[in-house]
Design a protein around this ligand. Structure first.
Ligand SMILES: Cc1cc2nc3c(=O)[nH]c(=O)nc-3n(C[C@H](O)[C@H](O)[C@H](O)COP(=O)(O)OP(=O)(O)OC[C@H]3O[C@@H](n4cnc5c(N)ncnc54)[C@H](O)[C@@H]3O)c2cc1C
Length: 291
């Protein structure tokens, strides 16, 4: 049976600085005619390979990638598609650039037309492609909380633009600069707050907005008690998706230490039911992503 994700051979069509921190890279290639256009927070992978055919031609690209010797295994990073135009064979990805500390940020800052990159993304011809890699599962919830840093801004903008008109709630997006705020469509009942970072630590400026929102809606009675896990202590990325189909749904994504602490405050201190909350570590300060 075909897998919902496949490798697309692409090359850079253009790279545009859209704000102080973001570079939008448009990738193009005829194979992208089959790229799924679910968007939302559906994750994709980019593989920065100097020898793309080795992986693009493999039956099982992931096994082939894993089996490469360390010194030949190209870096792979996770991103969100900001737009897909199958008819043109193009996709857009918004990179929150953080200097040349990592291969993905470096790629976005230096991307030149014609540069090759492999995209692992949903194959629109395979049933289930639209649900694979999607964490956003609000079910019947109509009161929504979306919280993220700059790495989650593409996903939050995608989600806001397709919410039903009757949705209510708050989206808080913390970005490095005030000018990183983007125009975004959202239902009238959903307030969108772009919060500019004023200090060193990711999340410090967004957190008070989130806690204030939650205080007005929760019992304030300490909840289930989420403990720090071994994975968190070891600096590994953390991920938990909500299991409830209830009136309220919260989605948090961004720097792992921040979203973990925020989730603990919401659940432990304010009594937000854990099963109504999805939280995803998109990156971890001081830790190189492993693909
Ligand atoms: C599901 C998912 C979707 C994502 N979508 C997007 C997206 O659409 N756009 C986007 O920009 N990012 C997105 N990210 C985050 C992105 O994958 C990470 O930021 C990734 O680590 C960047 O890789 P790199 O090669 O630049 O840095 P790495 O090689 O992974 O890290 C090098 C150093 O840079 C630090 N670092 C990594 N990211 C950042 C950052 N953003 N700011 C400051 N320091 C950083 C690390 O802590 C490390 O010290 C997503 C992550 C996930 C899991």
């Amino acid at each position: 049976m075909s897998k919902p994700y496949r490798i697309f051979r692409t090359e850079v069509l253009r790279a545009q600085r859209i704000s102080p921190s973001f570079v939008r890279v448009t990738l193009a290639g005829p194979e992208l005619a089959f790229c799924g256009a679910t968007l939302l927070d559906q994750r994709v992978k980019l593989i920065f390979s100097t020898d793309p055919e080795t992986l693009a031609g493999a039956d099982d690209w992931y096994a082939a990638w894993r089996e490469l010797p360390d010194e030949r295994r190209p870096p792979m990073r996770t991103y969100t598609l900001r737009d897909v135009r199958p008819e043109a064979g193009e996709v857009d990805i918004d990179f929150a650039c953080h200097g040349d500390a990592g291969p993905a940020s470096r790629f976005a800052l230096t991307a030149a037309p014609g540069q090759q990159v492999l995209l692992v993304g949903p194959d629109a011809r395979v049933p289930g492609h639209d649900a694979s890699g999607v964490a956003w599962q609000p079910g019947r919830a109509r009161e929504l909380l979306l919280v993220g840093d700059e790495t989650a801004a593409p996903a939050i903008c995608n989600i806001l633009s397709v919410l039903p008109a009757e949705a209510t709630g708050l989206a808080v997006i913390e970005v490095p600069h005030a000018d990183d705020a983007q125009p975004v469509e959202a239902p009238d009942g959903v307030e969108v707050r772009w919060v500019a970072r004023t200090g060193e630590r990711v999340g410090d400026d967004a957190t008070p907005h989130v806690l204030e929102w939650a205080r007005q809606r929760t019992s304030g009675v300490p909840g289930e008690g989420v403990e720090e896990t071994d994975r968190e202590r070891d600096g590994l990325l953390i991920w938990e998706e909500a299991s409830a189909d209830e009136d309220r749904y919260a989605w948090l994504a961004g720097e792992a230490g921040w979203v973990t602490g925020l989730r603990r405050s919401l659940v432990n201190e304010l009594g937000l039911p854990r099963k109504q909350l999805s939280f995803m570590g998109y990156w971890k300060d001081g830790v190189v992503a492993v693909g």
